[in-house]
Write a protein that binds this ligand. Structure first.
Ligand SMILES: *[C@@H]1O[C@H](CO)[C@@H](O)[C@H](O)[C@H]1NC(C)=O
Ligand SMILES: *[C@@H]1O[C@H](CO)[C@@H](O)[C@H](O)[C@H]1NC(C)=O
Ligand SMILES: CC(=O)N[C@H]1CO[C@H](CO)[C@@H](O)[C@@H]1O
Length: 442
């Protein structure tokens, strides 16, 4: 401290020497005009550096740091990328005695130089981050190659098709096209060494990044051909979520609706409630299965599955309807005869004692009927007719009611019994068909 304060010829000399070395050294600050040709008028920043009349080649490199916010409803996704463009401008002058491999330049100088006019073709919004410093840099290599690197957050559109949702695979692109230069003046090419780097740890909630590749998307317009490059991400939907939140619960609801076939046909409230509840639960499931999707006009795979399940539950309900009809018809047939005018009381039933007539009756009717008839006739005889003339045999009584109802019940039970096998069999068949059909997409 004391020495520096000391005025004297020695520090002055040191300073002078340092200054001289500084001027000689390449460390002196660089001005933009040091890079331009001696006559700045020769440099046209609107014209690409066409060496030997060849189109300028701009090499691209993209590092994808993140993919997220895949939104089916708006068909967009977000990507965080490092985007590097490299081109060679032979018109530039190198800073004198450039010893290092490259030199950092001020990014603002780009405004006064020729630079590729690439834009993100399918971007809805591009965010350039400025914290803590603007996220871009510019390098000048010894061979007059310029590298411009920028970090961006892009919101990109991605056309999605949900025909086989949730077994679908979506291809989302990131396209970069030249805005104003045709292929005669400039062409984009992927960096021959490392065109694309995608972070291995990208994790998406519903989709899985199965493939990533680069391609050329040069477009022919009426004004000419415009160079374009694209990165393609192949995203496959994970089935796990849908298996446990849609397919398994739906199958369980359908199976639940079959419980009705084991409940006795007379229990109408139980069976109807079961069917209606299943139907309602299923429609809730169906609505939930496509909450995140845009209302597309075509039938999706999950819709087909859900519709078939709904039909099954509906048919289970209709099966009860059929069973009920069979039962009611049986009962009404039993009830019908009393509604008809009752048969006139037999004018002369056989005497209650055994006689020759009773032997004839034995032959015609079974014992039960005979006793029944005799009982009836005895009563009527006692109540109405005191002295009957000898009667003709009474008309055969209509087929007995109880057997009719029972037959109807047996028929109803048979319908239930058939359904117990038919419904599960059909459902299993349809399930197998569905999963075989979509197995190749899983
Ligand atoms: C991207 O593609 C490259 C080459 O095809 C592959 O090595 C890499 O694992 C892929 N990255 C991801 C995240 O799939
Ligand atoms: C544009 O490209 C097409 C083929 O991709 C080619 O036939 C045509 O000549 C090109 N036009 C120009 C102006 O380069
Ligand atoms: C300090 C230094 O090395 N200067 C050299 C810079 O390059 C020119 C020619 O390119 C030389 O003449 C200088 O001596």
């Amino acid at each position: 401290m004391v020495e520096t304060r000391q005025p004297g010829p020695r520090p002055l000399l040191v300073m002078l020497v340092l200054l001289a070395v500084g001027i000689a050294d390449a460390q002196k600050s660089l001005e933009f005009y040091d890079l331009l040709p001696e006559d700045p008028k020769l440099y046209d920043k609107m014209r690409p550096p066409k060496k030997d009349g060849q189109a300028t080649v701009v090499y691209f490199h993209v590092t994808v740091m993140g993919l997220d916010s895949i939104d089916e409803n708006s068909m967009t996704y977000a990507a965080d990328i490092f985007f590097a463009q490299t081109w060679k401008d032979n018109r530039l002058r190198l800073p004198e005695n450039m010893t290092s491999e490259y030199r950092l330049l001020e990014v603002d100088w780009l405004k006064n130089m020729w630079r590729p006019d690439s834009f993100f073709k399918n971007a809805k919004s591009v965010t350039f981050q400025t914290m803590t410093i603007p996220n871009h840099y510019l390098w000048l290599y010894k061979d007059k190659t310029i590298l411009y690197m920028v970090k961006l957050t892009l919101k990109l559109s991605c056309a999605m098709n949900f025909l086989i949702y949730p077994h679908d695979t979506q291809e989302c692109k990131l396209q970069m096209e030249s805005l104003s230069h045709t292929t005669d003046e400039m062409i984009f090419q992927w960096d021959p060494d490392v065109p694309l780097v995608v972070d291995e740890n990208i994790e998406l909630p519903q989709l899985q990044l199965v493939k990533n590749y680069t391609a050329d998307c040069t477009q022919v317009y009426s004004t000419g051909n415009f160079t374009c490059l694209e990165v393609i991400f192949v995203l496959k939907r994970r089935l796990g979520y849908y298996l446990f939140h849609t397919y398994v619960p739906t199958c369980l609801i359908v199976i639940m609706s079959w419980v009705s076939f084991w409940i006795k046909p007379e229990a109408a409230p139980a069976r109807v409630t079961l069917g209606v509840t299943s139907l309602l639960t299923l429609s809730t499931q169906h609505a939930k299965s496509q909450a995140s999707l845009p209302p597309v006009s075509y039938l999706k795979a999950v819709d087909a599955f859900m519709s078939v399940c709904t039909v099954f539950v509906f048919m289970a309900l209709m099966e009860y309807c059929l069973v009920n009809i069979v039962l009611v018809i049986g009962e009404s047939r039993e009830v019908m005869p009393p509604k008809n005018p009752p048969p006139p009381p037999p004018p002369a039933p056989a005497p209650c004692t055994t006689g020759p007539d009773s032997a004839k009756l034995d032959r015609i009717y079974d014992i039960a009927n005979k006793e029944n008839t005799m009982l009836l006739s005895c009563r009527s005889q006692k109540s109405s007719n005191a002295a009957p003339p000898p009667p003709p045999p009474p008309p055969p009584p209509p087929p007995s009611g109880p057997s009719k109802t029972q037959r109807a019940k047996v028929r109803a039970l048979n319908i239930d019994r058939v359904s117990r096998f038919l419904f599960p069999m059909l459902f299993a068949c349809l399930n197998v068909t569905y999963w075989i059909l979509f197995w190749k997409y899983i």
